[in-house]
Design a protein. Structure first.
Length: 205
């Protein structure tokens, strides 16, 4: 069962060990033998999570599109609420709090269904303009406690074979601060997607 903890988010809610293969030959893939990333392959496919939540969530809850973000630990679902009559931030915070309380039971049920389907916990969030709040949000330890967007950076490095673990990936990131990280990671993800596509199109053995 999912349990809730509120976290204010301010203006923006945004194989085996290294070595040789089973037959004694070198492992394929990146320098740490993680072709494609074992973490993703061991989990249920969640590429359709955004569509599933869009169909499962009551139409009257949010205005506009949902923001659904997935990593190997968590699915974060954030929606925009109708703005209150007052434009003050306090009014927006009050409406978010009211929505949270009014929808708690339904959200818990949907979260349990999603966790059974996708093998990940669910974090809920709501926004009104520049005011936002997240509920049930994980902070997974990897030398420090990291939020989902930060964990995604580390998981990209591990899944592509650049690092052996989140801890090693975090140290790598520290050394790379200020050096084109966003552009490089985007290119790496695109290359990984091409590799997965070509692997799927290959002949069966």
């Amino acid at each position: 069962m999912t349990h809730e903890h509120d976290i204010q988010v301010g203006a923006h809610v945004p194989g085996g060990p290294r070595g040789r293969g089973a037959r004694g030959g070198p492992r394929r893939g990146g320098p740490f033998a993680r072709p494609g990333g074992w973490q993703q392959r061991d989990l249920p496919d969640a590429t359709d999570a955004a569509d599933w939540f869009a169909g499962r969530i009551p139409d009257e809850w949010f205005t506009g599109d949902l923001r659904v973000t997935v990593d190997r630990d968590e699915i974060t679902v954030v929606g925009e609420l109708p703005a209150p009559g007052s434009g003050e931030a306090a009014a927006a915070e009050g409406r978010i709090t009211r929505w949270r309380e009014d929808t708690r039971g339904q959200r818990m049920k949907i979260a349990d269904e999603a966790q059974a389907k996708y093998g990940r916990s669910v974090a809920w969030g709501a926004r009104i303009g520049e005011t936002g709040q997240l509920f049930t949000h994980l902070a997974v330890p990897a030398m420090t406690r990291l939020r989902q967007s930060e964990r995604q950076v580390l998981d990209t490095l591990v899944d592509s074979g650049v690092a052996r673990s989140r801890s090693e990936a975090l140290a790598w990131c520290v050394r790379l601060v200020g050096q084109h990280s966003d552009e490089w990671l985007s290119g790496l993800r695109a290359a990984m997607a091409d590799v997965e596509r070509l692997r799927a199109e290959g002949p069966s053995l």
